[in-house]
Design a protein around this ligand. Structure first.
Ligand code: FES
Length: 355
């Protein structure tokens, strides 16, 4: 052990615990360098000696709790005011839902202000005497219980919760009001989607647009053996609801020899052997993309469901429980391919049909 460790000159007198002398401390450290150095002397805060500073802190805490209450009211108001499809430009987030932004902002402020108020209260007004909590058996004896109760009363007294009614009342107000946010969100349990999932952006007369070029397609653009990704005209890639709509309306076009088509309805709904099927796998909704032109099979890359496009997109392998829905197509007066109607059944995972 080096002599440096035991030198009491290293420790300023003012840093030593009140009850111990510097000499006694140095002697203790010489005997045991790992001994508990004890707590530094308590330094009163400005709020402990200046009533006006204490009052200022009280008002700050009350202000934070009040702001929390107002933010909760703002949360509820936002929920009622903003429609779900209203978007705003917020720098630097860009284009985002006004409803989501206001809900997140107001709830964040409400919770932050409760936390900040509690921390400020504890740091400036509650007793700041440091205590040493000795370890003890888990099961409390009667004496301990009485002591806990006494400590609780002492804590309540030192926190001044009884005396500072403004803080107490605003804190209870903030805590009572903040759960209302959760209650209001229960409104999202309804209404039921009804038949929204049964409809897509396709309707009679909608042109079939090449998803890569954005150009409407003519029958001669679809050659035998090729697979063309298609979306309905009017669906803009940058629009807010593009992802929602394309998730239901994505279609693939394939040209088969008409004599190869085994299913009569498929033949009726095709145009010169060109057939249009939903690209959304009926298992759990992955896009079906792998086309095998010799067999007319398409394969879903997620769990290998395989559909026979020459036979009504029947499932010939894999977990999908339903054929891919077919879109009935024709040609308009200008020679462009167009839809004859929306899909006749829900697209995507077949459990939607039970909704
Ligand atoms: S999502 Fe297509 S097979 Fe599972």
């Amino acid at each position: 052990m080096s002599s440096h460790t035991g030198s009491h000159e290293d420790v300023p007198d003012e840093n030593l615990p009140g009850e111990r002398t510097a000499r006694g401390e140095a002697a203790t450290r010489e005997e045991n360098p790992f001994a508990d150095p004890g707590l530094p002397p308590h330094e009163p805060r400005v709020q402990d000696i200046d009533q006006r500073a204490a009052k200022r802190s009280e008002r700050t805490v009350a202000l934070l709790f009040t702001v929390s209450m107002l933010a909760t009211v703002g949360f509820i108001a936002s929920y009622v005011i903003f429609p779900i499809d209203q978007y705003v430009h917020i720098w630097p987030l860009g284009e985002i839902s006004a409803l989501n932004f206001s809900l997140g902002l107001t709830l964040g402020i409400a919770l932050f202000c409760i936390g900040a108020g509690a921390v400020h209260w504890a740091r400036t007004l509650m007793s700041d005497h440091e205590l040493i909590g000795e370890r003890h058996p888990v099961e409390a004896d009667e004496d301990t219980k009485e002591k806990v109760l006494a400590d609780f009363h002492q804590g309540a007294k030192e926190s001044q919760i009884g005396r500072r009614k403004l803080i107490r009342n605003t804190m209870f107000g903030a805590l009572a009001v903040v759960p209302l946010s959760g209650v209001v969100l229960l409104r999202d349990l309804g209404p039921l989607p009804e038949d929204k999932l049964r409809h897509t952006a396709w309707s009679r007369g909608k042109l079939l647009v090449n998803q890569n070029t954005g150009e409407p397609l003519r029958p001669e653009d679809v050659t035998v053996g090729s697979l063309v990704m298609v979306q309905p005209e009017g669906l803009e890639e940058g629009s807010h609801d593009f992802q929602k709509e394309i998730a239901k309306a994505a279609v693939m076009l394939v040209r088969l020899e008409p004599e190869d088509i085994k299913d009569k309805r498929e033949l009726d709904w095709s145009h010169e052997g060109i057939v249009a099927f939903s690209r959304i796998c009926t298992h759990v909704g992955c896009p079906v993309t792998l086309y095998e032109q010799q067999t007319h099979h398409v394969l879903c890359p997620c769990h290998q469901s395989t559909f026979d496009l020459a036979d009504g997109a029947r499932v010939i392998f894999g977990p999908a429980g339903h054929p891919l829905p077919q879109l009935r197509i024709g040609v308009n007066d200008d020679g462009f391919l167009e839809a004859q109607d929306d899909f006749a059944e829900p697209v995507g995972p077949s459990f939607w049909e039970r909704g």
